[in-house]
Design a protein around this ligand. Structure first.
Ligand code: CA
Length: 291
């Protein structure tokens, strides 16, 4: 599988790629720059929306807006109408914390976790945000909340706390959004780097972006076995998602952040958005927030 650049725009901490089928745009965030980016794949035009704070993730909403995790707020953003409405907030007073990765579940709720801006161990939590703005704490004592995805039968939820070097699974009960029976499904080795964002394909296999790992790795979460990996010319691969008309193109985000200054000249493409066109694999449509 051969990567190309999807655009020549470079992010500091590119993350959270999201395919929007209605307008054929690929959205992604630049977390530390507080920017929502998009690439209009029909015209190849690149656009930006500035949020004003660290922006951990975005998701589509059923009303055609975006929902974004900005600082410690969850915001409904109408980019065309230039309006922002905060629908939920977490961790009042914990100014050192911020939202990181998140995704909508099959019921249209946003699952999003926090982490310390300074990386303090165990300072974050994982939350479930309902369409009414309700906030439920789902997991405590996480360091760098990442990953997330649901199996095609919607009975299993995957989750990554990056420094653990593991992908875990929970039994997921859709109605109340209960997660139980946490177990490890993939363990990474020292030389693999750190698991960051992930997506689930139509066969139920998981694609994990590897921070300091120069790759995306595809695993079978039932056996824990690595099926293959795709290598990139940059160390910090952050997340991936399927997009395009048939959900067969794989988009991959990356970061310049976290690379030593003297190593950056050797990674001129760090921070790029990559694409593997017609990957030979198919994704599942992402879930939208009910709102
Ligand atoms: Ca991440």
């Amino acid at each position: 599988m051969q990567w190309q650049l999807a655009t020549d725009h470079i992010s500091v901490l590119g993350e959270g790629p999201l395919w929007s089928p209605s307008d054929k745009k690929l959205y992604w965030v630049d977390i530390t720059s507080g920017i929502i980016n998009w690439l209009d794949t029909s015209s190849n035009e690149h656009g930006q929306f500035k949020t004003g704070d660290y922006t951990g993730t975005i998701a589509l909403t059923s009303s055609g807006k975006l929902i974004a995790a900005v600082g410690r707020n969850v915001e409904l953003i109408d980019i065309a109408g230039n309006s922002v409405n905060i629908i939920a907030s977490v961790e009042p007073g914990l100014d050192n914390n911020r939202f990181n990765d998140g995704k909508c579940d099959p019921e249209g709720r946003l699952w999003v976790g926090t982490m310390a801006r300074s990386g303090i161990e165990g300072a974050g939590s994982l939350y479930m945000i309902g369409p009414d703005g309700s906030v439920q704490t789902k997991k405590k004592n996480v360091t760098c909340s990442n990953g997330m995805g649901w199996s095609p039968d919607r009975k299993t939820m995957y989750y990554i706390d990056t420094p653990t070097k593991k992908v875990v699974a929970f039994d997921y009960e859709a109605g109340a959004g209960e997660i139980t029976n946490e177990r490890v499904v993939v363990s990474l080795e020292k030389e693999d780097g750190f698991p960051d964002g992930m997506c689930v394909d139509a066969e139920g296999m998981i694609w994990v972006a590897m921070w300091e790992g120069w790759s995306v790795k595809r695993f079978n979460p039932v056996t824990g076995k690595k099926l293959f990996q795709i290598d990139f010319p940059v160390a910090n691969i952050t997340c991936c998602c399927f997009g395009g008309d048939n959900l067969t193109d794989l988009y991959i985000t990356s970061a310049r952040e976290g690379i030593a200054k003297d190593a950056l000249p050797g990674q001129p493409l760090a921070g790029s958005l990559f694409i593997i066109k017609n990957s030979g694999y198919k994704g599942s449509p992402s879930f939208s927030f009910k709102g």
